[in-house]
Write a protein that binds this ligand. Structure first.
Ligand code: CUA
Length: 193
């Protein structure tokens, strides 16, 4: 009995030292993580105080329909002389304009959108296009569609009683087919006329 109690006590001291060392190690790791988070907060607070987190572009919703970039005749898809494809759209309760958007596959496409009345969601099917359209602000999203075909574009931000019925379609055309249509420089959409 007495013979076995001594090694047991020795073992106890040994494991205590091990556990204290392990606890101290974890305490240092936790302190390092907290210090890193505090440094990140200080950095982003100071750095972004002088530089906003994203480029903020505003638009006057009162004159949206009558002048400027988002008048109805300027909505839809265009290809500039430099070959850049831009899609302009407006969201309102409870529809998107245009209701059907044409884009090319395998080309960089920039969406520029805004909303007239409430915050609406902007997401395109199984792509990475996902943002919000906020009255007074211009949302931009640049992406490349890898597959041709039709994608649904539902509003995914609750915007009122008609929210569920608010959606549009995006037709992704083969690059050559899009280029032949867009070459004239006019606004394109797939809304049946
Ligand atoms: Cu628009 Cu929900």
């Amino acid at each position: 009995m007495s013979g076995s109690s001594m090694p047991a006590a020795a073992r106890g001291h040994g494991s205590e030292a091990v556990s204290v060392a392990a606890e101290r190690r974890w305490a240092y790791i936790v302190m390092a993580i907290i210090a890193l988070l505090i440094l990140m907060m200080v950095f982003t607070g100071l750095h972004w105080a002088s530089m906003p987190p994203s480029r903020v572009e505003t638009v006057d919703i009162k004159t949206l329909h009558v002048k400027g970039e988002f008048v109805e005749s300027n909505l839809g898809t265009t290809m500039g002389p430099d070959g850049k494809v831009t899609v302009r759209l407006v969201a309102q309760q409870y529809s998107f304009v245009p209701q059907c958007i044409v884009v090319p596959a395998e080309m960089s496409v920039t969406f520029r959108g805004t909303a007239t009345d409430a915050i609406h969601g902007f997401i395109v099917g199984r792509t990475n296009v996902n943002t919000m359209l906020i009255p007074g602000f211009v949302a931009t999203f640049t992406t490349t569609f890898s597959r041709t075909g039709e994608q649904l574009m539902p509003c995914h931000e609750y915007c009122g009683t008609g929210h569920e019925a608010m959606w549009a379609r995006v037709q992704v055309l083969p690059t050559a087919e899009f280029l032949s249509k867009a070459r004239g420089g006019e606004r394109l959409s797939c809304v049946p006329s």
